[in-house]
Design a protein around this ligand. Structure first.
Ligand code: GAP
Length: 423
């Protein structure tokens, strides 16, 4: 983990928020490369969940909503975490994170660790609106989900969706976490990518769609290069399910901090629509409250886990083996020598031609070995070098990140060759 945190800072993936003022716990900024990686993850998600499906439409709801939403959804009452404090060293822990609690007890080996009684803290972040008193007290959304439910009728009335169908959304959520930590893993501001899939209220349908979305989501991660050995499902026990869930399964990643959840598949039943008093009328005019199967992924946790999954170091090289679809730059273009005008001109033309369609880096500093190494550690799948031979026969070298093999290809085929890898 420490190595990935250091690489993320050094190469501009992730920085601590407001760092020059000492930072602020639970907040992170994405640098130039992190922004690209995160955007690629979100774009791939949108493509698979909305663009390629007939039964899902998109939504972009507001972060702040009428506070009544949070009363109806049950979050004001039940969206809490239990806080306990070690009476010996006054460190605070979430009582439901049993592994972390056990780990701490080991640190006090020999002495008996005494804990305070668990106190429950609500995770919603309060905001106050307006300029005159009394200001309106409301909340930053604690999950992006409620924006979908309160727009259920709008979407049904304004589009041609018919049950079963889904509404997908990507956006920021905020939780006043009592123990933020483990880099971006537990943040107070983070992004979610979620699908709320509406189905008939029927046990068989519920099980069918729950199983279907579990598999779809697992395949999406492995399709983007997550190693199967790094992934598993974990069913929630009865005492850990969120207040809205009838059943829940996490997708977990085998991280250095242990197996860690980064996506939840939840059977929310009729909880949300019934709380918002919303129903659906079938074609034959039968009215009912649909059930909901939800897939709720964390963009920040996925970004962290894609980085950890891709990190590869041996005695020769440090490589970020990111899937080409996720890599911040799809290729880098180099003139072998920065002071050879003809070489620079040819390389610049290739660069200008390619950058209209894909993210591509330019580098003409230092020796070529160092340039390759700099691209390997940020995950650039291909490097294209214009050398002496290029000036004679119009070919360039194409170097593969993972094998470090080079081959000569006609310079006009560079773009199509790279794009083939991205489709
Ligand atoms: N709408 C359902 C929902 O929000 P959740 O299990 O509370 O369910 C879903 O959150 C996902 O959001 C998690 O699997 C995780 O990836 C991400 N997430 C939740 N809390 C987070 C936090 N404090 N920091 C970073 N990501 C978080």
């Amino acid at each position: 983990m420490d190595k990935v945190v250091a690489l993320a800072k050094r190469r501009g993936f992730i920085y601590p928020s407001s760092e020059i003022y000492g930072g602020i716990a639970g907040f992170w900024d994405y640098g130039p490369l992190g922004t690209e990686l995160k955007r690629n993850i979100k774009n791939e998600w949108w493509k698979s969940m909305v663009q390629l499906r007939d039964d899902v439409v998109g939504l972009d709801a507001s972060v702040i909503m009428n506070p009544e939403v949070w009363k109806a959804s049950g979050h004001l009452e039940a969206f809490t975490d239990p806080l306990i404090e070690c009476k010996v060293c006054h460190k605070r822990f979430r009582a439901d994170k049993k592994e972390e609690v056990k780990e701490h007890e080991k640190e006090h080996a020999g002495k008996k660790t005494e804990w305070t009684e668990a106190k429950h803290f609500n995770l919603l972040t309060e905001v106050y609106l307006g300029v005159t008193e009394p200001k309106l007290k409301t909340y930053l959304r604690g999950e992006i989900t409620q924006g979908v439910f309160v727009n259920f009728k709008n979407v049904v009335d304004s589009t041609r969706v018919k049950i079963p169908f889904g509404i997908a959304q990507v956006g920021k959520a905020f939780r006043n976490e009592i123990t933020p930590g483990n880099f971006t893993y537990r943040s107070r501001e983070f992004e979610q990518m979620e699908l709320e899939f509406f189905i008939k209220p029927d046990e068989t349908e519920g099980q069918k769609w729950f199983d279907y979305w579990k598999e779809q989501r697992m395949q999406w991660y492995t399709g983007l290069g997550m190693k199967k050995a790094n992934l598993r499902f974990r069913d929630h026990h009865d005492d850990e399910r969120a207040h809205y869930a009838r059943s829940a399964t996490d997708i977990e990643f085998h991280a250095p901090i242990g197996w860690s959840e980064f996506e939840g598949i939840h059977h929310r039943g009729e909880w949300d629509l019934s709380r918002h008093k919303l129903t659906y009328k079938d074609e034959d005019n039968t009215e009912y409250t649909p059930w909901v199967i939800e897939t709720s992924g964390g963009v920040d946790r996925s970004t962290l886990f894609f980085l950890l999954n891709a990190y590869h170091e041996d005695d020769k090289r440090l490589i970020l083996k990111l899937h080409p679809k996720l890599a911040p730059y799809k290729a880098a273009v180099f003139p072998l020598l920065a002071n050879k005008e003809e070489m620079v001109d040819v390389a610049r033309k290739i660069y200008d031609n390619v950058r209209g369609e894909i993210m591509v880096a330019w580098d003409d500093r230092g020796n070529i070995g160092k340039r390759y190494a700099a691209q390997d550690e940020i995950g650039t799948p291909y490097c294209i070098t214009v050398d002496y031979q290029s000036l004679e026969d119009g070919t360039v070298t194409l170097r593969d990140r993972d094998s470090a093999e080079q081959k000569r290809i006609p310079k006009d085929t560079v773009l199509s060759l790279i794009k083939d890898q991205l489709l």
